[in-house]
Design a protein around this ligand. Structure first.
Ligand SMILES: Nc1ncnc2c1ncn2[C@@H]1O[C@H](COP(=O)(O)OP(=O)(O)OP(=O)(O)O)[C@@H](O)[C@H]1O
Ligand SMILES: [Mg+2]
Length: 248
């Protein structure tokens, strides 16, 4: 299986706290990986190390099997790893198309923006990832969208930026069931297009449905890596999680 990114024996410490201890972990092409674990287990730290926000204190990172030095957020983006931050990163007064192209506008040599083309691309992107409402198009203001749809715009932007791997830290936090389902539909469509997704989820049942593989972190260590074939139901996954937490 083709690995997009691999962390090898990564350790990350903050002052006295070891947030990640000897973590080895990878994401393969075309798979959805669900990262789970208790509060403070190191999930966000793992994701931030992967996307170049944090530097590991020890261990190495490989992209497509090649060792990278001085991994940082810019290099991660150049390698096709896009992070979807909670909707803070979007500008609600602006349209969907504005938000998708922000900082990367299509323009003519004199700097005029090719708005019609941008609208076409944006409409295509949002339909591709699963926007179905007839009331929403590329020119709708983001402020009118639901929480789930906003995540969709952020995902569409990642796709426009040619993401090979989209990383989401708790994409369904604070969303209703309905909106959560929308986000998972978007993720499913991203997977169908051959890209990979890594996300942190709190609700085991949701994580179970959407993921091909589960990684359980506990106090900074990867204690389980399970493919879906090995975990037959969401309840099984729940049981494994409970046993992990009980071990504290
Ligand atoms: N920037 C930081 N400075 C100091 N300590 C940090 C920092 N980031 C994380 N930590 C510590 O590292 C450990 C792991 O934190 P992390 O945020 O990765 O956990 P998490 O699994 O994402 O938790 P949650 O489910 O609550 O979001 C915690 O003990 C946390 O306090
Ligand atoms: Mg976190």
């Amino acid at each position: 299986m083709e690995k997009i990114i691999e962390l090898k024996s990564v350790t990350k410490k903050f002052d006295g706290v070891t947030a990640l201890r000897n973590v080895s972990f990878s994401v393969n092409k075309g798979e959805v990986v669900g990262l789970i674990g208790d509060n403070g287990a190191g999930k966000s730290t793992l994701i931030k190390t992967l996307v170049g926000v944090h530097n590991p204190d020890d261990g190495s990172i490989e992209i497509h099997g090649k060792l990278v030095a001085n991994w940082n957020a810019l290099k991660a983006r150049q390698a096709g790893i896009e992070t979807v931050f909670q909707d803070k990163a979007l500008c609600p007064q602006q349209s969907i198309v504005w938000n998708i192209f922000m900082g990367k506008e299509l323009s003519y040599p004199f700097g005029f923006i090719r708005q019609r083309e941008q609208i076409e691309v944006a409409n295509k992107l949002i339909r591709e990832i699963g926007f179905t409402s007839k009331l929403i198009d590329a020119e709708s203001p983001v402020g009118n969208l639901s929480g789930g749809e906003r995540q969709g715009v952020a995902i569409a932007r990642a796709l426009y930026n040619e993401a090979e791997l989209i990383v989401l830290d708790e994409p369904t936090n604070n969303l209703s069931l309905n909106e959560t389902q929308k986000v998972f539909d978007f993720i499913y469509n991203v997977k169908k297009s051959g890209r990979s997704v890594l996300f942190i989820g709190h609700n085991i049942y949701h994580v179970y449905d959407i993921s091909d593989r589960f990684v359980i972190l506990d106090r900074g260590e990867v204690i389980h890596m399970l493919s879906k074939e090995k975990v037959h139901t969401a309840d099984d996954l729940m049981k494994i999680m409970r046993e992990t937490i009980k071990g504290h």
